[in-house]
Design a protein around this ligand. Structure first.
Ligand code: HPA
Length: 252
């Protein structure tokens, strides 16, 4: 890898609009064949490596999950030289191991989203790809993330199934009960089509789920109302180990 290559691209989710510690930052505003990315891509140095950061919802959180141009975001990162993408996704926890403020590296997903452009094979004349997606996250990158967390002393739950819902509203208790029966441990609104597109584009891709709340009816208080402030407070608290985890990942 040359020192101009991007060692890692990070896509930040709700509550994660910049990467602390990124030095010597240059800003790119790429427009791709799929349109414009969610916002500026900031490329800088972290622990001696070039790292790109993009806020998935735009820097002012102006894009709801179904309006994000997932293709443009990934294509822009790829055009700038990224080969590995770590997706930070704010999620709700459904099963016991995934309470608020937990960090998780899921290994499976179920897609409940609809009406989103979910392939790069739409344009007339493009070859239709039926990519293998049995293991939706890149194993080597997941293992590197898990090893980095161990090395940095950051608690990270290994595995779990991410259910991707349409949003932007949160789910009903019945919807979460159904996701639990389906085998989902986490629920979020942005995990798909991002992961599938990354696979089509040949990018290594792993998800770091940041649990912001118990999903509807999943916690000890079944009547709990989820507020944005709780979500943001829990994301901030759960993210405190992220800089160390990223440094260890880059060093690994
Ligand atoms: N559901 C869906 N997406 C989310 C949640 C949730 O409970 N919390 C944070 N993102």
């Amino acid at each position: 890898m040359s020192d101009r290559d991007i060692a890692l691209a990070v896509i930040g989710g709700t509550g994660l609009y910049k990467l602390a510690d990124l030095q010597d930052v240059e800003t790119h505003q790429p427009v791709t064949q799929y349109g414009a990315a969610s916002g500026p891509i900031r490329i800088g140095t972290l622990a001696g490596h070039r790292v790109a950061f993009l806020a998935r919802h735009g820097e002012g959180h102006s894009l709801p999950p179904h309006k994000i141009n997932y293709r443009a975001n990934l294509a822009a990162l790829q055009a700038l030289g990224a080969r590995r993408v770590l997706a930070l996704n704010t999620v709700g926890g459904i099963t016991e191991r995934f309470g608020p403020r937990v960090l998780a590296c899921p290994d499976q997903l179920i897609d409940y989203t609809w009406g989103r452009i979910s392939t790069i094979c739409e344009e007339p004349g493009t070859e239709v790809l039926h990519v293998d997606f049995g293991e939706p996250y890149t194993r080597a990158l997941r293992e590197a993330v898990l090893a980095a967390a161990r090395g940095a002393g950051v608690d990270l739950v290994d595995g779990g199934c991410y259910g991707a819902t349409q949003g932007p509203r949160l789910e009903t208790r019945a919807e979460i009960a159904r996701l639990r029966r389906d085998g989902c441990d986490l629920v979020g609104m942005t995990g798909m089509p991002e992961a599938g597109l990354a696979r089509e584009m040949g990018l290594d891709y792993a998800c770091l789920g940041i649990v912001a709340n118990w999903a509807a009816g999943a916690g000890p208080d079944p009547d709990e109302v989820i507020t944005l402030q709780d979500v943001l407070d829990n994301v901030a608290a759960a993210s405190s180990g992220l800089p160390d985890l990223l440094r260890a990942l880059l060093a690994g």
